[in-house]
Design a protein around this ligand. Structure first.
Ligand code: GRF
Length: 197
């Protein structure tokens, strides 16, 4: 049996996707271990999830006026200290430059709550729901992709799931289905990466 894959997870908020990863490592569904968590927000609830799981965590706030490259180098130093096999952007809300990405070639993956080439950037769920309300689309979705460069939510696709809207869907109804799908898709995708490594 090979050693468990070493995962570093970057978060910015609730950390429900981090929790899905932690739970799947615990259950054995993922032959992996989360060896470190970094948040750019000190108040991210995901930090409590890491603490409850006994996972080392660091907070690296972006200082107003700080150069992105300086920040990304500091972030890379923290992350590389944990010697990750995979770096998982799970609810991470900052664009990463090559100052970071070049340190982890082919190892960085991102989860985004939209289908490929639809709603890059923030508020993707709300934007999709508004377009459904306007009769423009009949489904949203989630995807996991590689992050080879500074493109916004448009790296090589690893996995996706279409999420059709249902009659009388409120934004909250749809958002709940999106987050549930994220948790499943992210774990499934990491599982595949580990098996194929
Ligand atoms: C998720 O939709 C994620 O894709 C987005 O932030 C939401 C919350 O993620 N970037 P989490 O609960 O912090 O994992």
């Amino acid at each position: 049996m090979t050693d468990p894959a070493r995962l570093v997870v970057l978060i910015s908020g609730s950390g429900s996707n981090l929790q899905a990863i932690l739970d799947s490592c615990q259950s054995g569904q993922l032959h992996a271990q989360v060896v470190g968590v970094v948040s750019n927000k000190a108040d991210a609830y995901g930090l409590q999830r890491a603490a409850q799981a006994g996972i080392p965590a660091r907070v690296l706030p972006f200082r107003k006026g700080q150069h992105r490259q300086e920040y990304d180098c500091a972030l890379a130093q923290i992350v590389s200290g944990w010697n990750p096999d995979w770096v998982i952007l799970a609810g991470w809300m900052r664009l990463l430059s090559q100052a970071f990405l070049s340190q982890f070639p082919g190892q960085v993956i991102n989860l985004h709550p939209a289908l490929p080439d639809t709603y890059p950037g923030t508020h993707a769920i709300e934007r999709a729901w508004a377009d459904w309300q306007a009769g423009k689309i009949d489904a949203g979705g989630v995807m996991v992709h590689m992050v080879p460069d500074e493109g916004v939510d448009n790296g090589p696709l690893l996995n996706q799931q279409r999420i059709p809207f249902q009659e009388n869907d409120t934004l909250a109804d749809f958002e709940a289905r999106v987050h549930a799908a994220e948790h499943t898709l992210l774990v499934e995708t990491i599982c595949r990466l580990i098996e194929n490594a």
